[in-house]
Design a protein around this ligand. Sequence first.
Ligand code: HEC
Ligand code: HEC
Length: 347
Amino acid sequence: MRSIRRGMTGSGLRMVILGGAVGFLSVAVGVTGCALFQSEQVKKGKHLYEHYCMHCHGEHGRQNEGYNWAQMPDPRPKDLSNKGEMSTFKDEEIFNTISRDMKDTTPNVGDKIGDDEFAVPTMPTFKYTLSEDEIWAIVGYVRTLHGTKLAFNVEDRKKELDDKLKEVQGVFDQAKQALAAADKTAEDEADKAGKDVDDNATAKERDAMDKATKELEIAQAAATNFIKRPEFAPIPRPDLAMSADEAAKQAERGKQLFSNKYGCNACHRVGEAGGMVGPPLDRAGFRLNGTWVFRWVKYPQAMKSETRMPNLGLSDADAKAVTMYLTTLKAPPPEKPLGTVQKASAE
Ligand code: HEC
Ligand code: HEC
């Protein structure tokens, strides 16, 4: 837990490369043996659950089983081993609970939240941390906690993404050829007439090409994210210089986001309240540097790939506000060290 090094840059980062990768899905995941596939998936899901979920939900999904359960603010995780209740959720609903965008639940000023939307800030999202395949494996494991099985067909989902990718690749290839042909015609005509090439003559083909390129990128990203964890470009240094007034405003908003949107308090203690999956943050203003905090909350996996802190998908603006809030946290040193060894000379 204490092994994070400050001031590390995003070295070792790999970026998502959108190359012509048609068909790689079927090669990489050509699994057919259904029963074997299922048990392998459940094993993988168990392993991930133990790393990312167990501290809050408990080894068997029961209440007050995980060490963080009693520390968390309300609502506490309910019983994932309760078959009666859990069976009422579809596999897709459980998937969407684990893989979603966080919502600001602050009354009046927060996000609009639909009645059927899951928006508990203290249940983190894993959309920006794990691959789609891994999240389905976790759903499969969660099903075993209440004695049922995943009904959703993960292999069909893979195929659907692969087929979509092939389809948009075909559209892209055609658009590319059409544009090349239109360019050539326009050039020939301009040559004949001794004029400059008329850009309008190929506008339609260029629009179609732009559209096809975007769709191809989306399909490639979806197919890639199915088998690979999300990867992002290195987080640039933020500009945190601002007036005292602005800093106070940002800190105020950051405090709201901390509990009401990203549920940081589910894992981090500030003062008397909050979870203990991560270190207490009430002295973050002394201990941590703003630039480092910004880059950590935007992309923890860039610094520590297996950290239990998920990437919660913070926008730059939200990360800045949260960072400004943390820089204001300057509690006096604890009487007794809390969990971790504190340097006596820390202040
Ligand atoms: C920081 C603590 C925490 C972690 C970590 C966490 N959860 Fe949760 N989870 C909650 C809370 C709080 C809720 C909301 C209360 C409830 O409905 O159980 C919740 C709700 C859920 C629900 C929904 C039940 C419903 O009402 O729809 C499922 C399923 C779930 N979590 C699964 C997981 C899985 C799987 C992981 C790991 C990938 C995970 N959780 C990680 C705290 C956590
Ligand atoms: C599911 C639990 C969880 C959630 C939610 C979470 N964190 Fe963390 N956080 C951790 C863990 C675990 C660590 C320790 C990192 C490690 O060594 O893996 C950590 C480390 C940190 C650190 C470095 C602390 C230090 O003393 O070195 C900061 C800062 C931090 N988190 C801020 C946040 C903020 C801000 C949020 C909300 C946007 C947040 N965390 C949400 C689990 C969580």
